[in-house]
Design a binder for this molecule. Structure first.
Ligand code: NAI
Length: 468
């Protein structure tokens, strides 16, 4: 189809990681593609999520490095932060990436249609200005928005979600973070490093639920050492704003409260499906608002797919990328390998960083899988000592064979310096269903942080070098 005829091979609603990946991948396969986007291509990830949050975490890392410079014999004065400069740098990074992405899309002749898209049914999409476009196939990728909780009306000043935090010009002196998941822990870590007094209030018994317990414990210890107050297993009942508008008291647990300048609500994200479908669309949505899809990302209406945070799978940009590829391959009539959600890579960029793929020890034991587990703390790793970041460990979970030896690697869990960049080989091992015997034949460069993975795997063969 010609892009000028208004009937595209693929018409995408939403230009976030799911939508733009579908557009880029589809266009590189020769399909004519248009993306309806109400704001800027790049979506939450680029403008209000992953990228700006990680940029601020890097600011926190620079602050820590300056603060610890004297240990290396370097004298510097006490670090101070002008957050407006950090904010400007973050924006520059985001804008550069946004320009790059826009140029890439233009270069592949992807048409970007400005406005809010609504799927009408039969391949037709209406844009908020009244124009109607048609696609042989439609991909719904309108993403998600932060969830809020009753009693915490978001005003952008005292009560914020990630949307508002990422545009702050100065940091609050004290903050309560409600929800100790990925977003909550990243913000808590960043703000505490930059000098805010942080309290985390988590409803479940531990922060970072779903993360291996040994890994979450390392994060918890580091948080506490850095002065972050973590209350897990507490219900938050409301807050009482100061009459002079300077802050609020957040009430939680058994009549406890904490006075803070600001509150960050990070209790999850909900699918952005409200108003997405017209009455004639026959796309099923579940009770929580997620669009229902099968393993090829097909919705209940033929020719209509849904991907990214709009569907009830892991809300990660790279999962959106993977789902986009599955949908486009299916549209092309090519064999598509469905995403194996039990083995996707997870990376949380708080300090210390967390990265993992596959089964946790607890999940394996709960499922009745006979396992062998080995751990290597970064304290014994040369590079970690050199860098001066020894908090953390690598943990590998493998199935136990009838003869007692280690079989397939089921899970790799890391916490510590730059583990988000180290997960690659662990991810491959889990997804390749490799055994420790196979993986340990490969050489790890020395001294590197990543040899901790090699050491742990070698220990699983029954003969470790440094790990017993
Ligand atoms: P989340 O689901 O990861 O964590 C929310 C936390 O809030 C949970 O621990 C939950 O128990 C807690 N909670 C819920 N209601 C509560 C209440 N009333 N009081 C206290 N605690 C409460 O959601 P989050 O952190 O908002 O992130 C949203 C999505 O974005 C997640 O799916 C997350 O995986 C993804 N994300 C991933 C990142 C990464 O991988 N680096 C970074 C940021 C987000």
């Amino acid at each position: 189809m010609s892009p000028t005829s208004d009937i595209y091979d693929v018409l995408v609603i939403g230009g976030g990681p799911g939508g733009y990946a579908a557009a880029l991948y589809g266009a590189s396969a020769g399909l004519s593609v248009a993306v309806v986007e109400k704001d800027k291509v790049g979506g939450t990830c680029l403008h209000r999520g992953c990228v700006p949050a990680k940029e601020f975490l890097e600011t926190a890392a620079a602050f820590r490095a300056v603060g610890g410079a004297s240990e290396f014999g370097i004298s510097v004065s006490e670090p101070k932060i002008d957050f407006s400069i950090s904010q400007a740098r973050k924006q520059k990074v985001v804008d550069q990436l946004w320009k790059g992405l826009s140029g890439l899309m233009k270069g592949r002749k992807i048409e970007t249609i400005e406005g809010v898209g609504r799927y009408l049914g039969s391949g037709r999409v209406e844009v908020s200005d009244g124009r109607i476009f048609e696609g042989q196939n439609v991909i719904l990728a309108s993403g998600s928005v932060p969830r809020s909780i009753p009693g915490f009306e978001v005003d952008g000043k005292i009560v914020m979600t990630s949307d508002e935090v990422l545009s702050l010009e100065s940091l609050p002196a004290s903050v309560a973070v409600i929800g100790g998941g990925a977003i909550g822990c990243e913000f808590a870590s960043m703000m505490a490093d930059l000098g805010s007094k942080v309290t985390v209030l988590e409803a479940l018994p531990q922060i970072l639920t779903g993360v291996d317990k040994d890994v979450a414990d390392v994060v918890l210890k580091s948080f506490r050492r850095r002065g972050i107050n973590v209350h897990a297993g507490v219900a938050v009942s409301g807050h009482t704003p100061n009459p002079d508008g300077t802050g609020t008291a957040v009430h939680f647990g058994e009549q406890q409260s904490v006075s803070v300048e600001a509150v960050i609500v990070s209790v999850g994200r909900r699918p952005n499906s409200e108003g997405l479908l017209g009455p004639d669309a026959s796309v099923d949505i579940d009770q929580r608002g997620f669009v229902v899809v099968d393993q090829f990302m097909r919705t209940s209406e033929q020719g209509v797919y849904a991907i990214g945070d709009l569907v009830a799978t892991a809300q990660l940009a790279h999962v959106g990328f993977a789902e986009a590829v599955v949908a486009i391959k299916h549209i092309l009539g090519e064999p598509a390998v469905p995403v194996d959600y039990s083995k996707v890579p997870w990376c949380i960029y708080c300090h210390p960083e967390v990265a993992f793929a596959g089964m946790t020890e607890e999940a394996a034991r709960a499922a009745g899988v006979d396992i062998i587990v080995k751990k290597d703390p970064f304290g014994g790793n040369s590079r970690a000592r050199i860098v001066g970041e020894t908090d953390g460990l690598v943990k590998v979970v493998a199935e136990r064979m009838p003869d007692g030896s280690a079989g397939r690697i089921l899970g790799v869990h890391m916490v510590g310096p730059w583990v988000t960049e180290q997960l690659g080989q662990g991810y491959l091992a889990v997804n390749w269903e490799a055994t420790p015997e196979e993986v340990s034949q490969f050489i790890q460069p020395h001294p590197t942080l990543s040899e901790a993975f090699g050491e742990t795997v070698m220990a699983l063969t029954g003969r470790g070098l440094h790990v017993g």
